[in-house]
Design a binder for this molecule. Structure first.
Ligand code: LFR
Length: 473
């Protein structure tokens, strides 16, 4: 077959990328054509994303992609979950786009957390636990604080849906992104009336979710991109990253998509529900085809990045990272690990101070050097990953055989080793832009260049080279 080129736009909370995948029928070669930083900014005590800025970067990246690969066939967009854009019928943005770390959801979070019956009812309805960033809490706050929004807004588009609209003119809610909202019915996969009513969110803002792999139409209003198709991929970055795992069709593989967050989970034929799952904060999110991927959000590299920022340390290249990790690895194992689920790590003024405060509460002295913090953080994240694995084993009754890690953390050998050690399982680390690969896999399926995700994974696995970290006893 002829080589097919697809562009993946992958937006993360701290950086965005436009990557072109060239598929020759058995092998995918990725070329990064554009990368840019991303951040939210505060205004009047609230945090917002720069939506026009992101759109500008997407356009810049797509123009670069098309220039470099004139036969570009299609484009797909994935982003972090939960955040959304409120628009009128015509698609005009009618409310600023809040960033999920905005503290505005804290009162709602506490309210739901205190009301056991409501908490259990919402979890039974949606399969999503009470997490500060949930779209449900965010929309509930918006409607309560600005009631006129009910008249102004006609649609709620998750971020990937909103960029899909800008690209193609079609307004849809894609299922993997929708599943992060805590507003989807865990049984039907359609919107949950019970959850919408509970948070006072208008049901009319949503349409029945579409599956990933739906072709939206040609890219419009964008002469440079004439002839390119917009395809709805798994819009939630984590769903796209999971789609790229070279998993065995028989199961037994635990996935970690390691970036700002560590998303620890697996694919399962049913959701994990009930009080134990709720207490363990298991989120029953969905793959692009609507199937389940129960996962737990572990704080992830945010903990490390924010701490390094406090020290004014920013390793610029692989060599500098390697040196820092080597120094950290040579230090003795920390006497006590951090509780990585501490809500104080969500959005503190200083991460280092938040870590020190937790250690002091346990009468432990903070590390003395940057490397000491790096060691403590990596070991603690490793333990957090292993803890999630044990929860899934207990709840699903299955035993995992391997752990797959993709994303930034797969390059961090201290984190990989700590995870393998804590879990007692081999960890396969793939230095792979997993999110972009999964995004492109959706496009290739929509273009009938691969018959299924399973077939794509099998082909991907042939050439994929990972590093295997065996657990030290
Ligand atoms: C990762 C991610 C997580 C989600 C968090 C907030 O980028 O999408 O899956 O829980 O960001 O949206």
């Amino acid at each position: 077959m002829k080589t097919l080129h697809c562009a993946a736009i992958d937006l993360g909370a701290t950086s965005g990328r436009v990557i072109v995948g060239a598929w020759n029928g058995s092998r995918l070669i990725l070329t990064e054509v554009h990368r840019f930083p991303n951040a939210f900014h505060a205004l009047g005590g609230h945090d917002y994303w720069d939506l026009p800025g992101l759109w500008h970067e997407i356009r810049t990246g797509l123009i670069a992609a098309k220039r470099r690969f004139p036969k570009l066939a299609s484009v797909g967009i994935d982003t972090w979950g939960v955040d959304y854009v409120l628009t009128n019928e015509q698609g005009r943005v009618v409310f600023p786009v809040h960033a999920y770390r905005d503290a505005r959801t804290q009162p709602g979070l506490r309210r739901l957390g205190r009301t056991r019956a409501a908490l259990e009812r919402i979890y039974a309805a949606t399969g999503i636990p009470n997490i500060f960033f949930n779209t449900s809490l965010q929309l509930g706050e918006t409607v309560a604080a600005c009631p006129a929004i009910e008249d102004l807004a006609a649609r709620c588009l998750l971020l990937p849906d909103s960029f899909n609209f800008l690209l193609s003119g079609r307004m849809e809610n894609e299922i993997s992104a929708a599943s992060t909202t805590q507003l989807l019915d865990v049984r039907t996969g359609d919107w949950s009336r019970a959850a919408l009513d509970h948070f006072h969110v208008p049901a009319a803002w949503f349409t029945p979710p579409i599956k990933a792999g739906t072709t939206l139409g040609p890219v419009r209003d964008f002469p440079e991109l004439a002839g390119v198709k917009a395809i709805a991929v798994a819009g939630h970055d984590t769903a796209s990253a999971y789609a790229a795992m070279p998993a065995s069709p028989d199961g037994g593989d635990l996935y970690i998509s390691s970036g700002t967050w560590s998303l620890v989970g697996f694919e399962h034929d049913r959701p994990l529900l009930g009080n134990t799952a709720l207490a363990a904060s298991v989120a029953n999110e969905r793959m692009g085809d609507g199937s389940f991927r129960p996962l737990r959000n572990v704080i992830g590299l945010w903990l490390l990045e924010q701490t390094l920022q406090d020290f004014g340390v920013q390793p610029r290249n692989d060599r500098a990272w390697s040196a820092l990790l080597k120094t950290a690895a040579a230090l003795p194992r920390p006497a006590r690990l951090l509780d990585v689920a501490d809500p104080a790590f969500g959005h503190p003024a200083s991460m280092r101070a938040a870590i020190d405060a937790q250690l002091r509460r346990h009468r432990m002295a903070p590390p003395r050097t940057v490397a000491g913090y790096v060691r403590l953080i990596c070991d603690s994240l490793g333990a957090g990953h292993a803890d999630a694995l044990r929860t899934f084993e207990q709840l699903s009754g299955q035993k995992f055989r391997r752990i797959f890690m993709v994303g930034g953390g797969a390059r961090n050998r201290l984190l990989c080793q700590a995870t393998a050690d804590a879990a007692g399982l081999p960890l396969h680390a793939y230095a792979l832009e997993g999110t972009a690969v999964g995004n492109i896999a959706s496009q290739l399926t929509a273009l009938h260049a691969v018959p299924s995700l399973a077939a794509f994974r099998a082909l991907l696995a042939v050439h994929l080279q990972g590093i295997v970290y065996h657990p030290c006893s």
